[in-house]
Design a protein. Structure first.
Length: 237
């Protein structure tokens, strides 16, 4: 930024981001006022308008962790073969490892990306997924931001994102970035949020309130018809 100012002080500078939290706003204010001008324009979309209209969001009540795996296996992955690629977001490396092993044991081909991998391994996995060689990718929040893949039509929040320092609070920014992985470039998409305890329900309720956007519920986690209806409503079947 300093180099730009020193090289051409009369240039026009624009800063874009899908989300601006308060700390980023303060940082931007400081660098703009220090380097450029005190008077500048700011345009922000209301948080209630941030949810993507092209992506249909659902919540699924699951009785326990095993049923979450069964939903991923029998409902989302089996039906998902018809609609495109799927990204499954988990909260931790342990969750990624557990889900990966469970699905592989059940005969599914899935790949997993998380922070323990080196850059070469991550790049290879992303390359395979972008080239369509793999259909299902399990990820921690490494891919929640800045990952564009037009063939991703399904996102699964196996674990809802929470704030690191306040785990009883949802991470609204990460949630928004996660669901934005589906339905890129104007395509249709669907997001399934898997809930299995009171904490999950509370987090989901807070997310709905924050964005002032009710999330439709899949009536039964065991019903093929309910999931097919959800995908049809999302424009994917």
């Amino acid at each position: 930024m300093k180099a730009i100012v020193n090289g051409k002080a009369d240039c026009q500078v624009l800063l874009f981001s899908a989300t601006f939290n308060e700390s980023v706003k303060k940082f931007v204010k400081k660098i703009v006022e220090d380097l450029f001008v005190k008077d500048y324009n700011q345009l922000f979309v209301k948080k209630e308008e941030l949810s993507l209209e092209s992506v249909k969001q659902y919540k699924v009540q699951c009785p326990d962790e095993l049923s979450k795996v069964m939903v991923v296996q029998h409902k989302i992955l089996d039906l998902g073969k018809k609609v495109g690629q799927t990204i499954i977001f988990v909260r931790s490396r342990n969750s990624a490892k557990m889900l990966h092993e469970s699905l592989v044991e059940l005969g599914y081909e899935v790949t997993t990306i998380q922070g323990a991998l080196n850059h070469e391994e991550r790049d290879a996995i992303i390359k395979e997924f972008k080239e369509g060689l793999t259909q299902v990718l399990i990820s921690t929040d490494l891919l929640a931001r800045g990952f564009d893949q037009s063939l991703v039509n399904l996102v699964v929040n196996y674990d809802l994102p929470v704030q690191y320092e306040h785990p009883s609070e949802p991470d609204y920014e990460v949630y928004l970035h996660r669901i934005g992985r589906a339905g890129r470039f104007g395509r249709k998409g669907a997001v399934f949020n898997l809930l299995c305890n009171d904490k999950d329900k509370m987090l989901m309720s807070k997310i709905e309130s924050h964005f002032d956007s009710p999330v439709a519920e899949v009536t039964s986690w065991e019903s093929d018809e309910d999931f097919e209806a959800a995908l049809k409503t999302a424009g994917l079947l």
